[in-house]
Design a protein around this ligand. Structure first.
Ligand code: GTP
Ligand code: MG
Length: 375
């Protein structure tokens, strides 16, 4: 057993000294206030003397916050947990105020990142978050977190809040709107547009008891119309097939009594200007459409960038992500959100119609990104 005496300005400082030298499993044998040396010392705040001991083999154990909680609880004397909670609360307030000015953060600023942040940075990268975005998040976190005590709980929380704020609140289809909703799903081939459309149709028709009409503009693949027709039969929802973009007007007119019209489009190669021109034309015939750009979370960053660029002719759209269940990381959601600054909407999590769809809850996504790093 190793026994050591520490002198510090206050109890917190003494505890930190003990922790950093003897580790989390050290036991405080004794603690008391002592006068500062010299005559003038009589008039100053007393020092704290702390005697702590540790088993030699316990010393090497890595310090972590869980151990600290256990340890402090045993001590009773120091209300450190409350202090930590307060720090977390403070940082949350601070960040919530700060985050709205997020884009003012100077990207050229040299921010020295303390080592405790490194595992978070690495984790963001592993989650497919683009390097420059991960760095931006770290810079904000480092600037905002007071790490006098290098508190990992605070760092974790701060990073989560930053990601959550970047993701923003999702914008779902307002199924209770009095105005008719015309929802159109566009995007690359095979990402899950038709399946997602069926999930939405079921959600509105069965879940919300809305009258729904389906339109498909995908007559490129023979099976495409049949695919949607099958869902229309199962859900007992009418379907119209259009062969030319301008026919959409008539189809919408015929569905004028419906609460919600869901429009499926053929998957488009985003690198083909000609194919995109057709999407553009189709959209131009729809009055007040709610457009959803459907992207699979499994898509690589480079392709996501090129998809987003290809669709930038659409002024206003929502991001809808699919295949979360197949993705190794959810970072692309954040990447795409930051690249487009469009609202998130839904996320799909599997092939099952109608179950595998949910709101893009930014808190949940942020938790997925950094959650497991600290409990
Ligand atoms: N794992 C998984 N598979 C999905 C998801 N959504 C759709 N799929 C599958 O992806 C494949 C393509 O889905 P579709 O709905 O036909 O995709 P699409 O975008 O309409 O395809 P095109 O019309 O050909 O462009 C199907 O096998 C779906 O079952 C999802 O969230 N997770
Ligand atoms: Mg399809």
């Amino acid at each position: 057993m190793k026994v050591k005496r520490y002198i510090a300005n206050d109890a917190q400082e003494a505890m930190l000294k003990v922790k950093s030298e003897l580790g989390a499993n050290a036991v405080i044998l004794h603690s008391r206030k002592i006068k500062r040396p010299g005559f003038l010392g009589l008039f100053k705040k007393p020092l704290i003397e702390m005697v702590a001991a540790v088993e030699e083999n316990e010393r090497k154990k890595k310090y972590n916050i869980k151990n600290e909680k256990k340890y402090i609880n045993n001590q009773g004397e120091f209300n450190k947990i409350d202090e930590l909670k307060q720090q977390v609360g403070n940082i949350e307030n601070l960040l919530n105020n700060f985050i709205h000015k997020i884009d003012n953060v100077e990207q050229t600023d040299e921010v020295k990142r303390p080592i405790l942040f490194d595992k978070y940075y690495n984790h963001l990268i592993e989650n497919n978050i683009e390097k420059s975005i991960a760095e931006k998040i770290m810079n904000i976190a480092v600037k905002q977190v007071s790490f006098s005590s290098e508190n990992e709980e605070v760092i974790n929380k701060a990073i989560k809040i930053i990601i959550r704020e970047y993701l923003g609140t999702p914008n779902m289809i307002n199924e209770d709107s009095k105005d008719q909703k015309k929802i159109i799903l566009v995007g690359p081939t095979g990402v899950g547009k038709t399946t997602t459309l069926a999930k939405l149709a079921a959600r509105f028709a069965i879940g919300k008891n809305k009258s729904v009409g389906l339109i498909t503009a995908d007559t490129y693949r023979i099976a495409a119309v049949e695919q949607l027709r099958t869902y229309s039969e199962i859900l007992d929802i009418p379907i119209k097939v259009i062969y030319e973009p301008e026919e959409i007007q008539e189809a919408i007119e015929e569905f004028k009594d419906k609460d919600i019209i869901l429009i499926d489009t053929a998957g488009r190669n985003h690198r083909s200007a000609e194919q995109l021109e057709e999407v553009k034309k189709l959209i131009s015939y729809i009055e007040n459409p709610d457009i959803f750009l459907v992207i699979s979370v499994t898509t690589g960053y480079k392709d996501i960038k090129s998809i987003i660029k290809a669709y930038d002719f659409i002024e206003d759209y929502h991001l809808l992500f699919t295949k979360l269940d197949e993705a190794t990381g959810v970072g692309n959601i954040l990447n795409a959100k930051i690249l487009t600054n469009k609202k998130l909407s839904y996320i799909t999590t599997g092939q099952s119609v109608p179950d595998d769809i949910e709101y893009a809850n930014s808190e949940k996504i942020a938790n997925i990104i950094v959650g497991e790093l600290y409990e």
